[in-house]
Design a binder for this molecule. Sequence first.
Ligand code: 8X3
Length: 265
Amino acid sequence: MSPSTERSADRSAAPTAVVTGASSGIGAATARRLAAEGYRTVLTARRAERIEALAAELTAAGHQALAHVLDVTDRPAVDAFADRLGPLAPGSVLVNNAGGALGLDPVATGDPADWRAMYEVNVLGVLNVTQALLPALVASGDGTVLVLTSTAGHGTYEGGAGYVAAKHGAHVLAETLRLEVCGQPVRVVEIAPGMVRTEEFSLTRFRGDAERADAVYAGVAEPLTAEDVADTVAWAVTRPPHVNVDLLVVRPRAQASNTKVHRER
Ligand code: 8X3
């Protein structure tokens, strides 16, 4: 972002959608979709090449898009990012998407380092970016904080405790924030997707073990796609400002609960 561009946001400008974790999967699909909806997108993630390529793609398609390298767990970097972003136009949105799972270990043997890392990104990452951008979203007169949690934020499953605990934390953050900002011009929306097949979620969880990652989706006719989730984000944030979609749980038809999945063999 050039300083002149960053400071140009004003109340007559297009609303901004800041998307964390925009380098792949749900984040990238959401950035594409919100750009198509007319938002000026600000793409953040740790991997510069990916978000720069996506910003270039969106710009070439006639959209306003900027890339800003950001690790949501790095609070000074998040604060510096918020400062450079400056004021936001009404209708602007923060999409807290960055997050992820590490391992599928039972409580008895789970690695505390994995639990800590998952709490850092899924909870403190959301906290950092939300705290940093909340003043500008409120000052815009019509802002939205959206948190992409998970069905893991609403029920547990064996081996999932570290991730489930973190996503419950993100859910509680969103639910509590909604209470606390009630009366101010900002909505707090939570979207909780179930089984979504993306290029990286399960591969990251199983540390590059493609066989274990593929097994998650084995026999499932149609897991959700990143675009399916982006569609729900776009729907939720484009409702009229007085309409707050508190919580939207979305799963593929083949998944009735966290532990009930229909697999065709
Ligand atoms: C991902 C859903 O079932 O892997 O957020 O926890 S699950």
